[in-house]
Design a protein around this ligand. Structure first.
Ligand code: PDD
Length: 272
């Protein structure tokens, strides 16, 4: 696998970052995961816009222009295989460990591509869990300790995702956005500081509106989720995954639902 690190292409296994990098010491950085289908970066502008928003939120200047990002990321892709590019920008290497920003510092820019699945997603099981993360979840920060612990908890309970609840309301998954079909209406939490504005989420809403399916961006409470007819998870690497079991209870009839099927199909058509 070829990587890009600070202006150079090199094998990922040989890419090295100094231990005083603030990403390593503080998790002081942001990232993106951008899918590419048939060698074409998917919704690149939306991802780069979110990257710029994340950078602004942590007070870093964008190190590259959109044209430069496009060129580098395209260069990392391996032919026409379905892949995703991971990219991260940290505040860079500081002379010493100090929480406050160093007066002068060059950001560290790292990216590489990896394969993503091409088959339809397997139906998933999920747990619910209190959202133990911080209050600025709209920033795609590399500081993912809470997300890691939550996903691990789900894994150890034989599930693929943890769906998070803050003050009785669903926010999102540990690494995905959440949709529920409640009384025939597709519901997803409205954007705000407590969830990542998912690029896949936005596309699913776009497609649902094109299909004239009823959908709402609004608070979704835990009790509604528990009685939802369908639950889905969206992300750049997993597209749209139907959840058939929540906290050990069947969702609907324990099979991917009819609205999931329509949107998944619409998504596949849109991709190609
Ligand atoms: N995660 N919410 C969280 C907390 C996420 O980490 C992600 C994606 C999403 C979905 O966003 P998008 O549709 O733009 O990928 C929502 C990526 C894939 C990851 O961390 O690997």
């Amino acid at each position: 696998t070829r990587a890009y690190l600070n202006g150079q292409f090199l094998p990922l296994s040989q890419a090295r970052v100094p231990v005083l990098d603030r990403g390593f010491l503080f998790g002081d950085g942001v990232y993106e995961v951008i899918p590419a289908y048939g060698g074409r970066l998917f919704r690149l502008d939306q991802h780069l816009e979110r990257l710029e928003n994340s950078l602004r939120a942590i007070r870093l200047e964008p190190p590259l222009t959109r044209a430069q990002w496009r060129e580098i990321l395209t260069e990392l892709l391996d032919g026409a295989a379905d892949q995703a590019v991971y990219l991260q920008v940290t505040r860079g290497v500081a002379p010493k460990r100090d929480h406050a920003f160093p007066p002068v510092v060059e950001p560290t820019v790292l990216a590489w591509a990896f394969a993503i699945g091409t088959a339809a997603p397997a139906p998933a099981k999920a747990i619910t869990h209190e959202d133990i993360r911080w209050q600025w979840c709209h920033i795609k920060a590399i500081t993912l300790l809470a997300n890691v612990l939550l996903r691990q908890e789900a894994t150890e309970r034989g599930c693929q995702e943890a769906i998070l609840i803050r003050d009785g309301r669903i926010t999102e998954g540990a690494a995905s956005n959440v949709f529920a079909v409640v009384d025939g209406v597709i519901v997803t939490p409205a954007k705000g500081p407590h969830l990542l504005p998912g690029v896949t989420r936005d596309l699913i809403l776009e497609l649902a509106r094109e299909l004239a399916l009823p959908c709402q961006e609004r608070d979704l409470d835990a009790a509604e989720l528990a009685r939802a007819e369908e639950i889905w998870l969206s992300s750049s690497t997993r597209e749209l995954v139907p959840v058939v079991e929540l906290d050990g209870e069947a969702v609907g009839d324990s099979r991917p639902g009819p609205l999931w099927r329509r949107l998944y199909r619409a998504f596949q058509d849109y991709k190609r």
